[in-house]
Unconditional design. Structure first.
Length: 322
């Protein structure tokens, strides 16, 4: 079966086909508008200044707090993309480069792989890190994820693209609210979390099969449906991630991934969500539709849809095992 591509490209292409905004380098005028637009347009001044001041204060407090919490996590240097492509400059964030082959944004100074268990530990990640980003701790996150609509959205995606029954594997299941819903709909579910304490908390809270280990190295059975929401961008090895999905999926099985994919003509990339997307502590790769297609092709997966998204920098990729 030929891959089905649901991709609409509105922005111009470079000569090598990389999706790009008009300029990777921020012009002085663009920077002035980003920083001082409320001054050049007086009607925005009263509305925007208090909000900008609060945002700046929260960002300062967050960065100061994170510097203390995570300063001893060791990093390494990366000078090439997952595809082997050379990294070009990316003027919007000094920690990232842009692959000249596929357009992936690559974190040049990611955490070392042996530091991931520390970062994603129960207390450091699901309590301190989440609170520093303004999210509830894991004990209260399920109610948050239900109330903001994401769980209902994911269930509709699965109903539209996925099977109606069978075994589902969710990597990065966290509090397990989606896995619980799928279990109630008749699926046989397995969840994966990198940290043993987090997995144990979810097992005891939900009475579901939640396993601890890093994907793609963890041993898992085959499945009809593979889910990974907000996980791929954290992986040191996206190609191995995709290839492991292809190994696990049964014929005609479906994988649904949610990850930042730059499909837009925004400068900086992802617009108002730039800072959340380019989180150099957690996000190792940020993708384009071109790079997702290259990953799928290299792994023997078919692209079903690249048109869905939960919201900005939470884009959806639907894949199928032929």
């Amino acid at each position: 079966m030929e891959p089905i591509y649901s991709l609409v490209v509105s922005e111009p292409l470079r000569s090598n086909g990389i999706l790009t905004c008009p300029s990777r380098r921020p012009s002085e005028r663009r920077l002035r508008m980003l920083m001082f637009g409320h001054l050049t347009i007086p009607s925005r001044l009263v509305r925007s200044w208090p909000e900008r001041a609060r945002f700046a204060l929260r960002r300062y407090i967050r960065r100061f707090s994170e510097a203390k919490q995570f300063r001893d996590l060791e990093r390494e240097h990366r000078d090439h993309c997952w595809c082997g492509g050379r990294l070009g400059p990316f003027e919007w964030h000094r920690s990232y480069g842009v692959c000249q082959e596929c357009g992936t944004y690559v974190n040049r100074r990611p955490l070392r792989p042996d530091q991931l268990n520390r970062l994603y530990s129960f207390d450091l990640y699901w309590h301190q890190r989440q609170q520093s980003k303004g999210y509830p701790t894991i004990e209260h996150r399920s109610a948050h994820d239900r109330s903001d609509g994401r769980v209902d959205y994911w269930l509709k995606l699965i109903e539209q693209y996925g099977p109606s029954s069978g075994r589902v594997i969710e990597v990065g299941c966290a509090h397990g609210v989606l896995l619980t819903e799928l279990h109630n709909h008749g699926f046989d579910g397995i969840g994966v979390e990198p940290d043993e304490q987090t997995a144990r908390w979810a097992r005891e809270s939900l009475n579901l099969d939640i396993r601890s280990g890093l994907f793609p190295s963890i041993e898992l059975p085959s499945c009809n449906l593979f889910l990974a929401f907000d996980v791929l961008e954290h992986s040191h090895a996206p190609l191995e991630f995709f290839r492991r999905i292809a190994q696990l999926l049964l014929p005609n099985g479906i994988a649904i991934l949610q990850t930042p994919v730059d499909r837009y003509d925004f400068c900086p990339p992802f617009g108002e969500r730039f800072e959340a997307a380019f989180d150099d502590l957690e996000h190792l790769y940020l993708f384009t539709d071109r790079s997702i297609c290259k990953l799928a092709q290299a792994s023997g997966l078919e692209v079903v849809s690249l048109k869905e998204r939960l919201w900005l920098h939470h884009e959806i990729c639907v894949l199928r095992k032929g």
